[in-house]
Design a protein around this ligand. Structure first.
Ligand SMILES: Nc1ncnc2c1ncn2[C@@H]1O[C@H](COP(=O)(O)OP(=O)(O)OP(=O)(O)O)[C@@H](O)[C@H]1O
Ligand SMILES: O=C([O-])CC(=O)C(=O)O
Ligand SMILES: [Ca+2]
Ligand SMILES: [Mn+2]
Length: 707
């Protein structure tokens, strides 16, 4: 065990230095990353075709279980065991005596971390030291060097040590979590169950982006934009709050990792956080460097300060709650206050990629991606819960990634090194690969398990409906490492249409693909009524004064969501910029667009039923194999969608939605209602030109519903 102490002279940037940080000439660029020798170059398949898919994301924060206090939240997590459970209190886990080690990166890493944590307002930052504070007893014996002599106006914080737990292994992070973070448990399959706290989904209303001279003109601001402005000064206030909080702790976790498997466009990220849960989550979700890469990591391109356990100050300008997720592109930094939901880090970095990649003529996509044995690549776009992860994880195909990709001149690359699967109602039969990925190393968020056997009940939404599993991509047996592939042949737009009027599958022309990509439609409903037993169980748990009789069953209406580019929450530029790039790439590669409804059939939510996953998989198979391209088609009224007369393994009655509805009048009314919602939503885009000549704009407008 090494008890090295390093005293570091910390460079304190002045405001003048800061002004010059990355933003002087109005150009934002990250240093060119060194190529990863180990990675083969992306090969381009000439003349390959691709289709568009869509992915819809939405805010999960509303779907919160019934808890008012931390203790209530904790009591939800562990279910009472079956009566055979031994009644043993406090039979906790015995911790190993040795603290975590830091295998690589010595003094230069510590210097770099110290610089990251340096205070911007005081004379100095913390002294950093590697390893767990439990080994600090020995540290105290190390003689002080002259550099540690306090200056006259030194503050207490500059006298203390902050222990740095740098790139710990999953096993070490498990131990840290179980020992110090309430609500951390090992499940029966070896996953780490954690609680994300009061927030169980992202908080898009609390997202802020620094508006400076550069970003004012470059980014999309105003109505419909996810970028809510803040000024540099308020960012610095929040940054200092986060850094001071982190420095006040005995220890911080630091992850140094990569984004983007394309060796020419990879980004180095550093995540400083207070929780082992956050460190393990990012270990799984970002690309993990090899020990050699870590040794030569150098200065990160982007840094996250996750002080989510600590709130922001509402007296700070631009703050409207105690939660704030702040992105400063000029400083290449992100600050998180007041939410511990780990998805903020994942999706915050995705936003940064949506800014950086288009500058390099690379399209960033909220999509899943997989590849067949013959090298045919498919993209799956869609908002949250529409099936990106479920359908890109396919036993017969190579998984390139489940959520975030780049499409460059050379092909596609995954931005991440892991997957983030929804696990509500997860079943071994329907989603075997995801089921099997929930093992040692996987972070399981907000699930409920048996207090004795530690078996997870995936149907239980007592904490939240947004239960999640975060695992390294190699936990999926047929993942493609490195996660890159040739140009897409099929672009599949997924919509979970709870109105039940969109066909299970339709073939799109380029203008229609663009229309639906820009619209980014889905309609979800609460999964509450998916099973009657579950409903009763949940309501028993939720029964309190706010529970009104009659709200219990079937009254939930489907709600349409339109999210431009199937990811409006993450885009930085105007949606038409991404759409133009997609159109150009699809055209150049001859990719085919498809619209797949993974939602309701035979009626809206309440009367119809969700299309069986097995049928959707057959549809997707037929797209991949090319057989669907050769089917015979007919055009639907209003939306003008080309629907096939036959798909192998799918009952033909459901292919034309009207046939599946008993009440044809209700069908027509619902169809018109949805068409109206599409039209209203698209109005904001009618004044925007797409592409050079704007000719495509006319075609795209004409590709919407006609009534
Ligand atoms: N016909 C169907 N097609 C796809 N998914 C279905 C279908 N029927 C039910 N499901 C369920 O819908 C959910 C789809 O969620 P999934 O995790 O794939 O969403 P996602 O698009 O990856 O969202 P996010 O961006 O939030 O990660 C899964 O729980 C899946 O089991
Ligand atoms: O970010 C999240 O919490 C979940 C997600 O993948 C999405 O919403 O697209
Ligand atoms: Ca997903
Ligand atoms: Mn997503």
């Amino acid at each position: 065990m090494c008890n090295l102490i390093v005293y570091i002279d910390i460079f304190i940037p002045t405001l003048a230095d800061m002004a010059g940080n990355g933003n002087t000439d109005g150009e934002f660029s990250f240093s060119a990353a060194a190529a990863r020798d180990a990675l083969p170059r992306i090969t381009t398949e000439k003349g390959a075709k691709s289709t568009t898919s869509s992915d819809v994301c939405h805010d999960d924060t509303a779907s919160r279980g019934n808890f008012q206090t931390i203790d209530q939240l904790h009591s939800l997590q562990k279910k009472r065991s079956a009566p055979t459970t031994p009644l043993k209190e406090g039979g906790g886990v015995v911790m190993g005596t040795s603290g975590p080690t830091t295998p690589v990166s010595g003094e230069s890493m510590l210097q770099s971390v110290s610089a990251s944590l340096a205070s911007l307002t005081r004379e100095t930052g913390p002294k950093v030291i590697r390893g767990d504070p439990t080994s600090a007893a020995k540290v105290a014996h190390v003689p002080q060097t002259p550099t540690s002599v306090p200056a006259a106006d030194v503050s207490d914080s500059s006298l203390k040590f902050t222990h740095v737990l740098h790139n710990l292994s999953p096993a070490e992070l498990y131990e840290q979590a179980i020992k110090y973070e309430k609500g951390s448990f090992v499940t029966s399959t070896g996953a780490l169950a954690t609680l994300s706290g009061a927030k169980t989904g992202r908080s898009p209303k609390d997202k802020r982006v620094v508006k400076d001279e550069t970003t004012a003109s470059e980014l999309w601001w105003g109505k419909g934009s996810p970028n809510i402005e803040m000024d540099e000064q308020s960012f610095l206030v929040n940054r200092e709050r986060a850094v001071d909080y982190l420095n006040s702790l005995d220890k911080v976790f630091v992850n140094d990792q990569y984004l983007n498997w394309d060796p020419e466009n990879k980004i180095k990220v550093r995540i400083v956080s207070a929780r082992a849960y956050h460190s393990l989550f990012m270990h799984n979700m970002c690309i993990r460097p090899t020990p050699e890469e870590l040794e030569n990591f150098g200065t990160p391109d982007f840094t996250i300060y996750n002080a989510g356990k600590f709130p922001c100050n509402r007296f700070t300008h631009y703050m409207t709650s105690s939660t704030s997720v702040d992105i400063n592109l000029g400083r290449r930094e992100m600050v998180i206050l007041g939410t511990q939901y780990a998805g903020e880090m994942k999706k915050g970095l995705f936003g940064v990629m949506h800014y950086l990649m288009p500058k390099r003529k690379i399209l960033s996509l909220h999509s899943g991606c997989n590849m067949g044995k013959d090298g045919d690549v498919a993209l799956f776009f869609g908002l949250s819960g529409t099936g990106k992860t479920t359908l890109s994880t396919d036993h017969n195909r190579y998984l390139i990634g489940d959520d975030e990709h780049c499409w460059s001149e050379s092909g596609v690359s995954n931005i991440e090194g892991g997957c983030y699967a929804k696990c509500i109602d997860l079943s071994r039969e329907k989603e075997p690969d995801i089921w099997n990925a929930i093992k040692f190393g996987t972070v399981l968020e907000n699930v409920v398990f048996d207090e004795h056997t530690r078996e997870v009940d995936y149907t239980d939404k007592s904490v939240t409906e947004n239960t999640r599993a975060a695992y390294p991509i190699e936990y999926i047996p047929n993942s493609k490492i490195p996660c890159v592939g040739p140009h897409p042949k099929n672009v599949i737009l997924l919509a979970c249409d709870a109105f039940g009027v969109l066909p299970p599958v339709s073939k799109l022309d380029l203008a229609q693909t663009m229309y639906h990509f820009i619209s980014g439609y889905t309609a979800l409903v609460s999964l509450l009524s998916s099973s009657k037993t579950q409903l009763n169980k949940t309501f028993r748990l939720m029964r309190n004064e706010s529970m009104v009789a009659g709200t219990e069953e079937g009254v939930k209406e489907p709600r349409a969501t339109f999210s431009a580019c199937f990811g409006a929450a993450f885009i930085m530029l105007h949606p038409t910029k991404y759409a133009a790039m997609l159109a150009e790439k699809m055209q150049a590669q001859g990719a085919t667009g498809w619209l797949v409804n993974t939602g309701w059939s035979g009626g809206s939510y309440g009367s119809g039923s969700r299309i069986k996953l097995a049928y959707t998989r057959k549809i997707i198979d037929a797209i991949h194999s090319g057989s669907l391209l050769n089917a015979t088609y007919q055009k639907t009224e209003i939306f003008g969608l080309e629907i096939p007369n036959e798909v192998e393994g799918v009952p033909s009655e459901i292919l034309e939605p009207m046939n599946a509805w008993e009440d044809k009048v209700a069908y027509k009314d619902t169809l018109l209602k949805l068409a109206g919602l599409f039209r209203n939503n698209f109005e904001t885009f009618t004044s925007h030109k797409i592409g050079e000549d704007g000719k495509l704009t006319e075609e795209i407008l004409a590709a919407g519903p006609n009534f």
